[in-house]
Design a protein around this ligand. Structure first.
Ligand code: ADP
Ligand code: MG
Length: 339
């Protein structure tokens, strides 16, 4: 066969395989967009595990007509200047999510800026665009995704039950809420009893952790607050007496992003090595703030994995933070990290 350039909608569909794996990944991309748009209140509504409907509505800065049209184009982003890959401060940056979602679902994007007379709605139905049309709405953005993967049977086949997909959505929203205490989150729909976590103000981590992880955790945890070699470690770590049989109650955030990372998991394990049994897992919600130039977030399309330049320094910072907080609470470790 001769080499030929792939058509645009096929390129989008291939990319969609990386960005939108399942309904929860759609929710993550859309809520991150809302946060990047400065939203103070985000409502997430889903039906049938997000497979029938995902609706995210926010009160962020919205988009004007030109931005709305560009938002669904591939590699169109307002978040990255030309040579900025080393210094990423927003959650999104690939300009891929909306284009990808629009290629595998019925997507509608409605948006209104503060100074617009009305909103506009744009529809992309499995790659076919129509609009924008005027629509009455408040300032902000409302995005609806219907019938995800309905026209991509190969993908739909790999989804789990509505219940499992709904649980994955809850987990994603929970992590985003933990990372953004200043935002009011509402999670509702046919999949669940509604969650409602009003804003607790900028930096009021403990209050948000109480909302999301329960008062029980907060009462049985110590507050982390250290800085070591320019790495800030915050959050809360459960007492060694407050453990779980698995690591599902360990949450890690780096520069405002929920991550899975072996270095952090290993550091927590080491910090508790003297106190807990090998097969028990402490409950932690750990927030690391580090110079963005020290982290590569560009490893994974869903951005859940990172690469740190100086893993040893990070590990030391986490062990020190937990060790100091536990020591202050009366737990004394036999090992310490050398300065
Ligand atoms: P990225 O977030 O990587 O830039 P997306 O495809 O997720 O790519 O979004 C494309 C662009 O659409 C964003 O850069 C932003 O300008 C705009 N956008 C998307 N969602 C919203 C929203 N909820 N509010 C305001 N602007 C948005
Ligand atoms: Mg995005």
């Amino acid at each position: 066969m001769p080499i030929r350039q792939l058509p645009e909608d096929l390129i989008n569909r291939i990319a969609a395989g990386e960005v939108v794996e399942r309904p929860a990944s759609v929710v993550k991309e859309l809520v991150e967009n809302s946060i990047d748009a400065g939203a103070r209140r985000i409502v997430v509504t889903t039906a049938n595990g997000g497979m029938d409907l995902i609706r995210i509505s926010d009160d962020g800065h919205g988009m004007d007509r030109q931005d709305l049209l560009l938002s669904v184009e591939r590699h169109a982003t307002s978040k990255l200047s030309m040579d900025d890959l080393d210094d990423i401060r927003t959650l999104g940056f690939r300009g891929e999510a909306l284009a990808s979602i629009g290629s595998v679902a019925r997507l509608s994007v409605a948006s209104r800026t503060a100074d617009a007379e009305s909103g506009l709605v744009l529809v992309v139905d499995n790659g076919r665009r129509s609009g924008p049309m005027p629509q009455a709405m408040n300032r902000g953005t409302v995005i609806e995704v219907r019938d995800l993967f309905a026209q991509v049977p190969a993908r739909r086949k790999f989804l789990k039950s509505a219940r499992a997909e709904g649980a994955a959505i809850t987990d994603v929203v929970k992590r985003l809420a933990m990372a953004n205490p200043q935002v009011h989150f509402v999670l509702e729909g046919t999949d669940r009893t509604a969650s409602n976590w009003p804003s607790v103000g900028e930096g009021a981590l403990q209050a948000r952790l109480g909302q999301v992880m329960g008062a029980d955790f907060v009462e049985n945890a110590v507050v982390l607050a250290t800085q070591r070699h320019g790495i800030v470690v915050a959050g809360m770590a459960g007492l060694p007496t407050y453990t779980r049989a698995n690591s599902l109650s360990q949450f890690y955030f780096v520069n405002g992003r929920s991550v899975r990372d072996k270095v952090l998991v290993g550091a927590v394990r080491a910090a508790y090595a003297d106190y807990t049994f090998r097969d028990r897992f402490p409950v932690v919600s750990l927030y690391v703030a580090i110079d963005p130039a020290e982290v590569d977030v560009n490893v994974h399309p869903a951005k859940a994995e990172l690469r740190f330049r100086d893993q040893g320094a990070l590990r030391g910072a986490v062990i020190t933070a937990i060790g100091q907080a536990l020591a202050a609470a009366g737990f004394k470790a036999s090992t310490t990290v050398a300065e």
